[in-house]
Design a protein around this ligand. Sequence first.
Ligand code: MN
Length: 197
Amino acid sequence: MVIIFPELPYGKDVLAPYISATTLEFHHGKHHKTYVDNANKLLAGTELENASPEDIIRKVAGDPAKIGIFNNVAQAWNHSFYWQGIKPNGGGLPTGAIAGKINAAWGAYEKFVEELKNAGLTQFGSGWAWLVLDQGALKIVKTANADNPLTKNMKPLLTIDVWEHAYYLDYQNRRADYLVAFIDKLINWDFVNANLG
Ligand code: MN
């Protein structure tokens, strides 16, 4: 299977002012595309060429000889997942089944927001903050660089890219402001609910 470079599920200018068209042009059009192109170059002619991205990620995780494949395939997967988790006029209080699950796990939406924001803020350097199901339990985790929860047999529900390229053009060093905007204005709860199923 070839690693796919997906179109964005929305126009480049509809997430502004929270994520600008310029950020999307570089983040999707350059960064994400480069991971996809590199992944396909590295996979060509190997025994992994016809595997799904999820299988590749699980198979090569932790193998020093395949770190290039892992980094590029995982980053391609992470970004495809990230774009689907946001939408214009999103964010705020969860809807659907995830709302009750968040209340059951954290007691209140505000506690959930605090932990999600903290995960993104405390990921030192580049990485990702995630809402996952771990053995059926809702959890917030963070990963460094290209790593993702598939390598730990967790089921990702939502991710926040906290690499500087995700926010620097719009927020410069203010990662906290990006995280607040992401949570308050952008989360696509329909996508999170679909991932629960
Ligand atoms: Mn990114």
